[in-house]
Design a protein. Structure first.
Length: 281
């Protein structure tokens, strides 16, 4: 069965996966990038039985591919940026394939600053991206294979689609809570996994603390600088790859966002910011 590690892009998904990988896929809690390979991403061309030639055809295969590639008799942590809203009437997943999900949300004012860095775009374009109800991620192969099609929708609809889901259990985590109390937040995540898998294994305190220490942001940033990281993106604007681990918790929209963009984000996402108690930040 699948436990989704879900988020809108640039919301802390990789940080969360790194912690889970070091705790569940190492002997001592010491993190290595290779451990992330055990947490696959979906949708993905690697997990597609056919070659869909359109977004709609790709979405029709989502559940079929989950059933064919992820063993229901074992635990599968799977990363996704897909929203839970249907695309052209096609659902992303169901309780038949999914055991539960951990969803990480981040203040959209910090998301937008990360998006501008990651995709080398300006703030206006990044905001349009976050407001677009038809937004998607799509990396077509040379033969126009749409297997990687990921349906994002807008930032607001993405977050609400997972937040309001009633089909399976979801643990909802704020990125900022990791900064405020890392140990309690990560412990809550481990206990959630143990509960829904019905393993209820006792927390391995030494391994847990090692996992937290070895995946702190500065360690991840240094590992990328020394070893490289396959999830970093090439920028044609500067002619090289952009560092994936950029500012982390030092990303403060208060210091980075132009006033006009800040006002637009506050206006467009006002209700969400209130719901998530971000207006006080």
């Amino acid at each position: 069965m699948i436990i989704w590690i879900a988020s809108y892009p640039k919301s802390g998904n990789t940080y969360l996966r790194s912690f889970l990988a070091s705790y569940y896929y190492s002997n001592n809690g010491k993190f290595d990038f290779d451990q992330l390979l055990k947490i696959h991403q979906f949708p993905n061309i690697k997990f597609s039985k056919i070659k869909p030639t359109s977004k709609e055809e790709a979405s029709r295969q989502w559940i079929f591919n989950q059933n064919n590639f992820f063993d229901k008799n074992r635990l599968n942590f799977v990363k996704t940026h897909n929203c839970l809203l249907p695309f052209k009437g096609n659902e992303f997943t169901s309780r038949n394939e999914t055991l539960g999900a951990i969803y990480i949300v981040r203040d959209p004012r910090n998301v937008i600053t990360s998006i501008t860095h990651h995709y080398s775009i300006n703030y206006e374009k990044a905001l349009d991206y976050m407001l677009d109800n038809d937004c998607s991620l799509l990396e077509k192969s040379f033969d126009q294979d749409y297997s990687n099609f990921t349906y994002l929708n807008s930032w607001s609809n993405h977050y609400r689609s997972w937040k309001n889901n009633k089909n399976f259990q979801i643990l909802f985590i704020k990125y900022e809570d990791i900064k405020k109390n890392k140990e309690d937040t990560f412990k809550k995540i481990i206990l959630f996994v143990e509960k829904i898998t019905k393993k209820n294994s006792k927390l391995n305190e030494k391994k847990f603390l090692n996992s937290i220490k070895s995946t702190n942001f500065s360690n991840l940033k240094n590992k990328e600088l020394n070893e490289g990281f396959e999830e970093s993106v090439y920028s044609s604007k500067i002619g090289k790859k952009i560092n994936f681990f950029n500012l982390g918790f030092s990303n403060r929209w208060q210091k980075l966002l132009p006033v006009d963009i800040k006002n637009k984000v506050n206006e467009k996402f006002k209700k969400n910011l209130e719901e998530l108690n971000y207006l006080n930040d």
